[in-house]
Design a protein. Structure first.
Length: 638
């Protein structure tokens, strides 16, 4: 069958399938599958609070147990070498705490041997692992978390303040700092004893904390940062006891004011689990309405996967719905199509109207963005906002009643552009690189919210294809210039929220082409050449999550649907005529749409390098569908 016929037939098939899968409310709901840590921490919280949720604990236990490797370890992604110490510690501890696994089980003996072979509990890296072990009395509260709570009282206008950290960091730090301040420990008869996996370690004091860098200028800057922090706190402490009490209240209030209607903190499972334990440390009983509501919110995020249960960190419903609503319109559905109409109304109803923390960095803040999850009403992000606006554009263009929604959304996106010309994910101006030097694993990725190639490229693509802007406009030109100056030496771009160099390069190229960049521009030609150079023999593309950790491209050795679609979409945007490599890639993509193996389940969403990746169950449909639509539009209508 000619490739054009195959593409047309696949688009028709996918359209019918997706229309059939749409919910009555207009949304599409797919699992946002993350690493096992959310499942492990939910078991730990339920057991620590002694809540009778036996069926749930057993289901969580079984999902974790099923992912153990033959050597006793757990991995964060399939091709991770050997195993992941933090993932293994989290899994081992949760399985023992559940009561459905015992130290005497051969699988648990293997896990213990793996942990010991890696140096034991003292070698774990991630903050969350250390915190949940410390809560259970299995790990000393780390000195690196002994930031004085009074820090929260420093106003946003201070040389350094709590609001210079990213929103993601803040909602996790607030509960952690409360518990670290109290050195909170909660043990009971069911708490496993992991002392056999602990090895002695010299304690360090907060004054001995050193940044994760060897560069003298950065070290001096970090020390100045710490001095400013302690100097600012010292100015607050004329009445130390009273000020400290206010600081504790400020941390508690910070959490309570950011609880969503479903009971979760900022719509994240991880921050909600921490909040529950922090409130417990402050004396809240386990049946307190706030804790009960939080647990109910977590329950609403559970997803059944092949008979086991997984706790999503934050459901991807708005993201998936916005992308699919756009794709169906690209496939030919009109704004009056029932599926489009329902999806657009669903999205319009979820446009945010509240001022969130993002307002602190904008002169005249006006709400108008969208978040990732439907429970999210105060934490919009640029990517979800531009995705939603692509989906609603045709409807708002033809209906004056919706012009205000469009204008507020566009204003919000433009107001989020950083001074350097790029776009962040959540908050403008949260770019103090010194904060990434805190000796906390993941600080380099999560402490701040800088401009990234994927957000900048995706925003330019929206501004060019949907909003009608090009390089003659200052803000688009500045965005393109940011991409020009941040290209890697090999021609790729690093993508923060997807895996990884393929993702960033796709976003950058499609964005640059959308705003009118010349296809012969050296930056464009170099990027396209890089994509062609890493194409697999089968015609597809695949990149390992190891790229995210090592900060250079690492081939997966196989092709995945989403990464193949990203690479193809970028090349389709660049080339005026079909290329043999593109046609070969499209044929591979058509084959992948009918596969069901590890390559269709490999995580291509990024969270924290080396520890948290996501498998969007929607991605095997969304990105191939969009790419086939683009291929048809550009090359089958010639």
């Amino acid at each position: 069958m000619p490739i054009g016929n195959e593409v047309n037939e696949e688009i028709r098939r996918m359209t019918d399938m997706l229309v059939e899968r749409q919910e009555k409310d207009g949304s599409w709901r797919f699992c946002f599958e993350n690493s096992l840590l959310t499942d492990a921490y939910l078991i730990i919280v339920l057991r620590t609070l002694e809540l009778p949720q036996e069926a749930l604990v057993k289901q969580l236990h079984d999902r974790i147990a099923a992912q153990q490797e033959a050597n006793g370890a757990w991995k964060v992604y399939r091709d991770e070498t050997d195993g992941n110490l933090d993932a293994t510690v989290n899994a081992y501890f949760a399985l023992l705490y559940s009561g459905y696994s015992r130290k005497s089980d051969e699988t648990m003996k293997k896990a213990a041997r793996f942990i010991s072979s890696k140096g034991g509990l003292t070698q774990v890296k991630t903050v969350l692992t250390k915190v949940f072990l410390a809560i259970a009395g299995q790990y000393s509260w780390p000195a690196t978390l002994m930031i004085p709570l009074e820090f929260l009282l420093m106003p946003p206008t201070s040389p350094i303040s709590f609001f210079e950290f990213s929103g993601f960091a803040r909602v996790h730090f607030a509960p952690i700092l409360i518990m670290a301040d109290l050195k909170f420990v909660r043990k009971n008869a069911a708490t496993p004893d992991l002392s056999d996996l602990s090895q002695s370690e010299n304690e360090i004091s907060p004054s001995q904390i050193r940044p994760v860098t060897d560069e003298p200028d950065l070290i001096r800057g970090f020390q100045q940062l710490l001095n400013e922090l302690h100097s600012g706190v010292k100015q607050l402490t004329s009445l130390p006891g009273q000020i400290h009490k206010r600081a504790v209240q400020a941390a508690e209030t910070y959490m309570l004011e950011r609880i969503e209607a479903d009971g979760t903190l900022y719509s994240y499972s991880t921050s909600t689990l921490l909040m529950i334990m922090a409130l417990s440390s402050l004396g809240y009983e386990k049946d307190h309405p706030t804790i009960a509501a939080a647990l109910n919110g977590l329950t609403s995020m559970l997803w059944n996967i092949d008979g086991t249960v997984h706790l999503q960190n934050s459901p991807s419903t708005i993201w998936d719905t916005a992308l699919l609503a756009t794709a169906i319109q690209q496939a030919g559905a009109s704004p009056d199509h029932p599926s489009v109409r329902k999806a657009v109304q669903y999205l319009l109803d979820l446009q945010q109207t509240k001022l969130g923390d993002w307002r602190f960095h904008i002169s005249h803040p006006v709400p108008g963005g969208w978040g990732f999850s439907e429970s999210n009403t105060i934490n919009p992000d640029v990517d979800d906002t531009t995705a939603a606006m692509r989906a609603i554009r045709a409807t708002t263009l033809n209906n004056p009643a919706y012009h205000d929604e469009w204008n507020r959304g566009l204003n919000w996106v433009l107001s989020m552009q950083n001074k350097d010309g790029g776009w962040p994910a959540f908050e403008k101006g949260v770019t103090n690189k010194l904060l990434t030097l805190f000796p906390i694993d993941g600080a380099s990725a999560a402490a701040i919210d800088p401009s990234t190639a994927d957000l900048t490229g995706r925003t330019l693509e929206f501004l060019g294809t949907t909003a009608g802007f090009d390089l003659h406009h200052t803000f688009t030109r500045r965005g393109a210039e940011w991409l020009f100056s941040n290209q890697e030496a090999d021609g790729s771009w690093y993508g923060r929220w997807g895996i990884c160099y393929i993702y960033g390069t796709w976003a950058a190229l499609t964005g640059l082409m959308a705003v009118g960049t010349d296809p012969e521009h050296p930056v464009v030609k170099k990027a396209a050449a890089w994509l062609l150079s890493i194409q697999n023999e089968d015609g597809g593309w695949g990149e390992s999550c190891s790229s995210d950790r090592l900060k250079h491209y690492v081939p997966l050795g196989a092709s995945t649907p989403s990464q193949t679609a990203w690479a193809l979409d970028a090349l389709i945007a660049v080339y005026a005529e079909p290329q043999p490599a593109i046609d070969q890639g499209v044929r591979q993509l058509l084959l992948q749409l009918h596969k069901d193996d590890w390559t269709t389940r490999y995580p291509t969403g990024a969270g924290l390098p080396g520890s948290f990746y996501s498998h969007y169950h929607s991605y095997r449909y969304i990105w191939p569908y969009i790419t086939l639509n683009q291929y048809k539009k550009k090359f089958l209508t010639l």
